[in-house]
Design a protein around this ligand. Structure first.
Ligand code: OGA
Ligand code: MN
Length: 286
């Protein structure tokens, strides 16, 4: 399937979200027309895949810069693994160890569904991940379409969500939400609307997830828990999810305002390394 105006070859990856774009070498400078066509495809498909890429750090950052201002990492330097790569724009997602210390972040196994940086008042818009070393099995990344996660709710639930906000809080773990019964000041956190209007597409998306959303504000705990459990139903709805099986050289870019993602488990004895950067965002509103 070819976009006749730009020549982009765009192929949907699933019924829920995602498209592969073929025929673009991301290590080469992108002309503005191609970048604009990719941006449009991104807003339509939420997750874009480019296979068989060969990218240096600079290439990856230059590509991301076509879509916004490249972001810097959110984890404080004092909380990063020793020996990690300190280029502030680049983060390695890796379980590889050097001298006994992880060289990157998010090393191990399964990771629950989350929106990147929803605990920040101006969540980064997009994440760009490039596959450099992959395990023999697993370590797939799952993406959920959060427009569709909102659309599937009953009219009654949609009406109930109006005006609600939620506490988003994160401690850089992969399979547990922060215990908020104690002092939460030490954790990155903020309050966000439970649904957001995407600043570019104008479409409404559900903006809660099991890893980072700890409670609905101004609601008794049991009610908040029950509502969140209902909203988290999207994680089990296969019709909303695309599961990406990585190949070396894959680049995925995803929109954090209208999707969330998770990772499947993989053998701890296998090496996995992906190179990541983001582009900055803005405050989100209902
Ligand atoms: C991330 C992330 C998932 C993965 O980089 O933000 O969630 O598959 N990565 O490693
Ligand atoms: Mn993530």
């Amino acid at each position: 399937m070819s976009d006749t105006l730009t020549g982009l070859d765009i192929r949907p990856l699933s019924d829920s979200l995602g498209a592969e774009i073929r025929g673009v070498d991301l290590s080469q400078p992108l002309d503005d027309a191609t970048a604009a066509a990719i941006r449009d495809a991104w807003h339509e498909h939420i997750v874009l895949l480019f296979r068989d890429q060969d990218l240096s750090e600079d290439d990856q950052v230059a590509f991301a810069e076509k879509f916004g201002t490249v972001g810097t990492r959110s984890r404080p330097a004092s909380r990063r693994p020793e020996g990690a790569d300190y280029n502030a724009s680049i983060m390695l997602v890796s379980n590889i160890k050097k001298d006994g210390e992880y060289i990157g972040s998010l090393p191990d196994g399964e990771m629950w569904f989350h929106h990147d940086m929803c605990y920040d008042p101006a969540p980064h818009k997009g994440t760009f991940l490039y596959a450099m070393e992959l395990p023999s099995s697993g370590g797939n990344t799952l993406f959920a379409n959060m427009y569709a996660a909102y659309d599937r709710l009953s009219d009654e639930t949609k009406a109930r969500l109006k005006g609600l906000t939620a506490l988003q809080i994160y401690d850089f773990a992969t399979r547990e939400v922060v215990d908020i019964s104690g002092d939460i000041a030490q954790y990155k956190h903020c309050v966000q609307p439970v649904t957001v209007t995407h600043p570019v597409t104008g479409r409404r998306a559900l903006y809660v997830n099991p890893l980072i959303t700890a409670r609905i504000e101004d609601m008794p705990d049991d009610e908040s828990r029950a509502l969140l459990d209902e909203l988290f139903g999207f994680t089990d709805d296969k019709s909303l999810v695309y599961e990406h099986e990585w190949r070396l050289g894959d680049v995925l870019m995803w929109d954090n305002w209208c999707s969330c993602h998770a990772r499947t488990d993989f053998p701890a004895s296998d090496r996995r390394m992906l190179r990541r950067c983001t582009i900055k965002g803005q405050p989100l509103h209902e």
